[in-house]
Design a protein around this ligand. Structure first.
Ligand code: IPM
Ligand code: MN
Length: 358
């Protein structure tokens, strides 16, 4: 018999990362048992604690090992005793860049029973996905400082947009919209009225590639207008494609309209290589070690991971279980207000996974 077996790396990381990864691992093991595959978990103790102890952020040998796994599940990066930016850039962004995870996939879905701050909006109104370019733009690190600390200081931070980088992202977005098969509408989010060089390229590539996808409706919105529509008419969106910086910003807005960081997950995808899945929320130092953080975002990241490795049925079982927990069991999605502990939420998801028939 052909036994399905996966090697999955975990990087629990900082703060509440280890608590939420623990629950996601529990749920994935449960669904693996049900669906007849096995997972070998390979934990890496990267993060603030290791950095403070040894000075290491991301050893070369670890990058090489991570190239060989089937997928990566990440908890959270960011430590109160480490200057902001060191770990974020040295670990999280470095992994995205080194593993060439050029797509950041961020679904914005309101599940039944979840409260949204948008008045009168229902689950059928909030169901879209943001495809964020994940390796270029303002995140490339291009630029520099001259005459630092003097009144003549100059700071330059450049947005790098390559034809190759923009085109592979846009092509991925068109393919994704077709496969998703919902409204079949792809919106380019940019700022063509001001950032004429960068989004000039994005716009040209977008409409060029669009010719190969006559079944997909195309649309364009400036990033500022996108923010407005996401609040006023989120039902207009199906798939949004955008650059790294705008994608970062609009997906926090997306997270809050879908019920907050307790449930928002994302995937850093290398369609030809190793992908990494993470809850979008940070390390939440305030809640660390208290067993009160919501593990559902990490569990949803695990669900995206299952889809990515081809275990689509398992992914569906997990998502159905998550929907049951939010509609039946949780008082709130917010940390400390769930009416359940982190462990209990994970146990509940596991129980619904076990009982799933369909
Ligand atoms: C995110 C985060 C990161 C980003 C930070 C932590 C570097 O905000 O994943 O959205 O800006 O990409
Ligand atoms: Mn962000």
């Amino acid at each position: 018999m052909n036994q399905r077996h996966y090697r999955i790396a975990t990087i629990p990381g900082d703060g509440t990362g280890p608590e939420v990864v623990r629950e996601a691992v529990k749920v994935l093991d449960e669904v693996a048992l049900k669906e007849g595959f096995t997972i070998e978990w390979i934990p890496y103790d990267l993060g603030g604690d290791r950095y403070l102890k040894t000075g290491e952020i991301l050893p070369e040998s670890v990058v090489e090992e991570l190239r060989e796994v089937d997928a990566i599940l990440l908890g959270a990066i960011g430590h109160p005793d480490v200057r902001p930016g060191i770990l974020e850039r040295g670990l999280l962004l470095e992994l995205r860049f080194r593993l060439d995870q050029y797509i950041n996939l961020r679904p914005v879905v309101l599940y039944p029973g979840v409260e949204t701050p948008l008045k009168d909006k229902k689950p059928e109104d909030i169901d879209f996905i943001v495809i964020r370019e994940n390796t270029e733009g303002l995140y490339s690190g291009a630029g520099g400082i001259l005459r630092q600390g003097t009144p003549y200081e100059i700071a330059v931070q450049e947005s790098i947009n390559t034809r190759m980088g923009v085109e592979r992202c846009i092509r991925y977005a068109f393919e994704y919209t077709r496969k998703r098969n919902k409204k079949k509408k792809l919106t380019l989010c940019g700022k063509t009225n001001v950032l004429i060089y960068a989004f000039g390229l994005w716009e040209r590539v977008f409409y060029e590639v669009a010719k190969e996808y006559p079944d997909i409706e195309t649309d364009y919105a400036h990033v500022d207008a996108t923010c407005m529509w996401m609040v006023k008419n989120p039902e207009w969106f199906d798939v949004i494609v955008t650059d790294n910086m705008f994608g970062d910003i609009i997906t926090d807005l997306g997270a809050i309209i879908q019920g907050g960081m307790g449930i928002a997950a994302g995937g850093n995808i290398n369609p030809e290589g190793v992908s990494m899945f993470e809850p979008i929320g940070g390390s939440a130092p305030k809640y660390t070690g208290k067993n009160v953080i919501n593990p559902l975002a990490a569990i949803c990241a695990g669900q995206m991971l299952l889809e990515n490795i081809g275990e689509e049925r398992a992914a569906r079982i997990v998502i159905e279980a998550v929907k049951k927990v939010v509609s039946r069991d949780l008082k709130s999605l917010a940390a400390g207000k769930m009416g359940m502990t982190t462990t209990e939420v994970g146990d509940k998801v596991c129980a619904y996974v076990r009982d799933y028939e369909g």
